[in-house]
Design a protein around this ligand. Structure first.
Ligand code: SAH
Length: 371
């Protein structure tokens, strides 16, 4: 007999399967394959998405043997908290997570007077290489699975429900895909996460699609694909410059899809979804904050279903760039408004804990803070 030789390349291990990776129907078939009654899938989903249980022993409506079998198969621990950092008197909390393979990612919970927003990572690191963003400097480690994304939100919901966040019990109303990674470069997992977050409870978290924002550097085919899903999630386009010459440098993917193409895709998305597109623009002193660039931006987007979100540049290690002067920021706002464009200036939440936009870098080798 000839020995069988295999030349398969070693494959990177995938995150373990979790019920949040599956549709409610798929969960039923997995449960049946394990020799359990299909209705157990609904019980498990209720524990995970509604009761926010993280300890299988608390699932007392399941017989012990069944409970162990099903939680081993469908509720593996995906993310372990390494540390939490808080600021804004506890209203902002950044969590560093370790995944099954040691990969590190971060999420940020932000409590405002009227709402609670979770900012989640869709990839470990990022391959888009924007020079002003700390995550962009890391390169891409790997895509997160649907369940790894969903678990960041569920963990936040759990902490809130248990009153662990300053301000008492509360609920996550908004999720923004503005943590580490380029969500549209991990399309399938991100779309799955959007579905799980918005599937009615107990099959999913039961959030409103309108509370979800997917932010992108402008991957045009993926924007069009998202438009075809028939969702009413908001699209945010990280523009940062109205002219190709500068945007080629600030957002390197512009060399593939230039400003006009990215904006056209955004308008198509707005048309199909009925949602105002958000244009993200980090104001960088003497780089992209000139009055003429405000005018050019205003001309490009006036009259569209759009809103501009200016982000004072957050400092990142090793970057030579800094935030705009207050008077330049004010002039930028004024010029956009004079074109009839709606503008807001984003607060720099989480800056002290490197948890603000563009600061997530998941460095885990520091000693934990003293208890
Ligand atoms: N890759 C996606 C999702 C990340 S969202 C995207 O780029 O849209 C993070 C947002 O913060 C993006 O708009 C990004 O451009 C912006 N950002 C990155 N670095 C920043 C920094 N140093 N200061 C302010 N905003 C920054």
């Amino acid at each position: 007999m000839v020995a069988q030789l295999t030349f398969a390349a070693p494959r990177r291990a995938k995150p373990p399967r979790h019920l949040a990776d599956l549709t409610p129907e798929e969960r039923k078939s997995v449960v049946s394959e394990l020799g359990e009654q299909p209705f157990r899938a609904g019980q498990l989903s209720r524990h995970y998405f509604t009761r926010l249980v993280d300890d299988p022993a608390a699932m007392t409506d399941l017989p012990a043997g069944t409970r162990d079998r099903l939680s081993d198969a469908l509720l593996p621990r995906l993310l372990t908290p390494v540390r939490h950092l808080t600021c804004d008197r506890g209203a902002t909390r950044k969590t560093l997570w370790r995944a099954f393979d040691g990969t590190l990612v971060e999420s940020v919970l932000m409590r405002y007077p009227d709402r609670i927003t979770m900012c989640v990572s869709s990839q470990a690191g990022c391959g888009m290489n924007c020079p002003f963003c700390a995550t962009g400097q890391q390169g891409l480690t790997r895509n997160l699975s649907t369940a790894e994304i969903v678990e960041q939100v569920v963990a936040g919901a759990r902490a809130l429900a248990r009153g662990e966040i300053e301000g008492g019990p509360g609920r996550v109303g908004n999720v923004v895909f503005m943590g580490m990674g380029e969500p549209l470069a991990n399309y399938k997992a991100v779309l799955g996460a959007v579905r799980r977050l918005t599937d009615p409870a107990p099959g999913g978290l039961g959030m409103s699609q309108r509370g979800i924002t997917v932010s992108t550097v402008g991957l045009v085919p993926a924007i069009d694909k998202l438009a075809g899903e028939g969702l009413s999630v908001r699209l945010a386009l990280s523009l940062h410059a109205p002219d190709d010459e500068l945007r080629d440098e600030l957002v390197p993917v512009n060399n593939r899809w230039e400003v006009a193409e990215a904006l056209d895709a955004a308008w198509r998305y707005a048309e199909v979804s009925g949602r105002r597109v958000s244009i993200e623009y980090a104001l960088i002193r003497e780089i992209n904050d000139q009055a003429w660039r405000a005018d050019l931006l205003g001309e490009l987007i006036r009259g569209k279903l759009v809103h501009v979100n200016l982000i004072p540049l957050n400092p990142t290690p090793g970057s030579k760039w800094t935030a705009s002067r207050p008077e330049d920021e004010r002039e930028f706002v004024r010029r956009l408004e004079s074109h009839g464009v709606a503008v807001t200036v984003r607060d720099t939440r989480g800056q002290e804990i490197d948890g603000a936009c563009g600061q997530l870098a998941a460095v885990g080798d520091e000693a934990p803070p003293p208890a």
